[in-house]
Design a protein around this ligand. Structure first.
Ligand code: HEC
Length: 407
């Protein structure tokens, strides 16, 4: 049974369905295909092909010369390639990746579904040719790059946002698709998620410690950069539950197998008492609605108090509350037509509070007496960035999430 909880301000959101844009792209893509099939002499080089495709599909926003002054008027200007202002990396590989996946939450479309890999490479080569020559960086060794394996590194982190703090202890995990996750270590709270190049080993404290400079562009900022704790307990005192108490984290291990990055940690109280052991897996999620990421938490350990697990969100106005078979969700509008959907799925018996304006908390009840130490409860949090939201899409969203998670 699907139930739609329509909250306060449940006006339906009318924004052009993403399918219109896809259809347009398909048509453009098809025309370009025809153009090349009929007019490409075999002598024509990749770069001619790239230049022609660029003129047809990209120049309207980026300008023919790549100066970002195309005829299309955008509320967020397209990148000026001639100023070399890339936030997602300026290598051919990085540019091709941006062209394939687009930039969620911005007008930059994804071309991966409509253009051949060869044409995307040709486009990347052409974009590269529009950028000024740069000298080979001899600091190359300080740059950490994620290749086919995910990567986990620890070090200090600079402030992720204007009013946020720097963190002496931090951790970054990068996935091969170019998505990276930034955590502060003392309590293992996710600060933000980036797309693009991974990180540089920097020395920004001037004290020689290994600090990290994230290189990707910030796609998602958790609660303005000073998020609430990821885990807390909700103890009972004199028969009443009052305030929850944040837990600290002890990082046990990071793992980066081909299948994705994960790390395990113990959630402990101030005095060091172990409350839960948590195995946290990170995945990039792609659905027809938009892209994002998942945190999959495997929780073990006998608990005598309820355990609250929190997944934050970036700022916005809540517009829809979702209750699906297996998912609870919250839709937040960030700016005209851009939405963030936060979803949570957990075990029977767990509950989420009736309305959380910022992000999502799942409360796991104390474990039953008979439960052994290593019986695992799985909690999944997903953040999706989408271009538009229609409440009628709930069911399709649920199906695509199940597909994205491979079940
Ligand atoms: C509808 C307008 C639009 C079209 C069409 C478009 N782009 Fe973009 N593109 C943008 C905008 C806007 C950005 C900047 C997004 C941001 O970072 O907020 C961008 C960013 C980029 C970037 C990212 C650079 C970086 O690392 O920061 C690349 C590369 C790029 N576009 C290449 C292309 C190519 C190649 C095409 C054609 C196949 C294309 N774009 C078509 C609007 C467009």
């Amino acid at each position: 049974m699907l139930r739609i909880h329509t909250g306060r301000n449940m006006s339906r959101i009318h924004s052009p369905p993403p399918s219109t844009r896809w259809a347009l792209l398909l048509i453009v893509g098809a025309c370009v295909g025809i153009l090349f099939d009929t007019s490409t002499a075999s002598a024509q080089t990749d770069s001619d092909e790239g230049a022609a495709a660029y003129a047809t599909m990209c120049a309207r926003c980026h300008g023919l010369t790549g100066d970002g002054r195309g005829p299309e008027v955008l509320d967020r200007p397209a990148r000026d390639f001639t100023a070399s202002g890339f936030s997602f990396g300026n290598t051919e590989e990085a540019i091709a990746r941006t062209i394939r996946h687009g930039i969620p939450g911005s007008p930059m479309p994804a071309f991966g579904e409509t253009l051949s890999p060869e044409l995307i490479d040709a486009l990347a080569l052409h974009v590269r040719s529009l950028t000024p020559e740069t000298e080979e960086p001899d600091e190359a060794e300080t740059i950490l790059t994620v290749r086919e394996h995910p990567l986990a590194v620890r070090g200090g982190l600079p402030p992720i946002a204007a009013n946020a703090a720097a963190h002496v202890r931090g951790m970054m995990l990068g996935l091969p698709g170019g998505i990276s996750f930034e955590y502060r270590v003392p309590d293992l709270v996710l600060l933000g998620v980036r797309a693009g190049d991974f990180a540089r080993r920097a020395d920004w404290t001037g004290r020689g410690g290994a600090s990290l400079e994230p290189l990707g562009k910030l796609l998602w900022l958790n609660e303005q950069g000073t998020p609430r704790p990821a885990a807390s307990i909700w103890p009972e005192e004199n028969g009443e539950r009052s305030k929850s108490a944040p837990l600290m984290a002890q990082l046990r291990a990071t793992r980066t197998p081909l299948s994705g990055a994960s790390f395990s940690w113990d959630a402990v109280q101030d005095d060091g008492t172990l409350v839960a052991h948590i195995d946290e897996q990170l995945r990039a999620i792609h659905t027809p609605f938009g892209s994002g990421f998942a945190r999959i938490l495997g929780v073990t350990g006998p608990r005598s108090e309820p355990l609250v697990l929190h997944h934050g969100s970036s700022a916005g106005t809540p517009v829809d509350r979702l209750t699906m078979n297996s998912w609870d969700g919250l839709v937040v509008e960030q700016e005209e037509g851009a939405f963030e959907i936060t979803l949570a799925r957990s075990a029977p018996g767990a509950w989420s509070p009736p309305d959380t304006p910022e992000g999502f908390s799942i409360t796991l009840p104390p474990t039953a007496e008979h439960m052994t130490d290593n019986q695992e409860t799985t909690v999944v949090f997903i953040t999706l960035l989408v271009d538009g939201w229609n409440p009628d899409d709930q069911e399709a969203l649920q199906t695509s999430l199940d597909v994205a998670l491979g079940r």
